[in-house]
Design a binder for this molecule. Structure first.
Ligand code: HEC
Length: 140
């Protein structure tokens, strides 16, 4: 196991216990996952990237559009974390990936609010690596 995983996994498990409210409102079922990714999560992430790297110059105050994009990405990540795929013992790994996404999105939004360009770059890389690591396990 990589050092990275050794550090992150306990944190994730600690957060996962608190981060999954019982409600499954709007949570994508397994059969709905492709649509949810294509129509919800992926466009929300694309919008955040666009607002950060094209519609903004380094050092600019966060625009209302950027804040709205983060609000949407945060909401979509929370929906993913409530998916039935991540419930119960069988769902543990999916749930870890989904909670990691919430952590990474929060890191990215905090870095953006403080206009910390180095941290923005670091968290953006982390968000996309979380997307990729879940796909490596769950996407054919
Ligand atoms: C917790 C797991 C998980 C995370 C995290 C995740 N995905 Fe996915 N994603 C999936 C699964 C599962 C599928 C396959 C759905 C299917 O085909 O049934 C998928 C499919 C996709 C697809 C293809 C949809 C299609 O048209 O078939 C895109 C695009 C995508 N994800 C984007 C993203 C992006 C961008 C992120 C990060 C911001 C992300 N995903 C994070 C689980 C995840």
């Amino acid at each position: 196991m990589k050092l990275y995983a050794l550090i992150l996994v306990p944190t994730t498990l600690a957060l996962a216990g608190h981060a999954s409210p019982p409600s499954t409102t709007n949570a994508p079922a397994a059969s709905d996952m492709a649509r949810f990714m294509e129509k919800d999560l992926n466009p929300a992430f694309t919008d955040v990237s666009y607002q950060l790297f094209h519609a903004r110059k380094p050092g600019d105050e966060p625009s209302p559009e950027l804040l709205a994009a983060f609000e949407r990405l945060t909401a979509k990540s929370a929906q993913l974390a409530r998916s039935p795929l991540g419930q119960g013992e069988k769902g543990a790994s999916f749930r870890i990936h989904a909670v990691q996404l919430q952590i990474a999105v929060r890191g990215l939004s905090e870095a953006s609010l403080s206009q910390d360009e180095a941290q923005i770059g670091m968290w953006l890389t982390h968000v996309s690596s979380v997307c990729n690591s879940c796909h490596a396990e769950y996407r054919e």
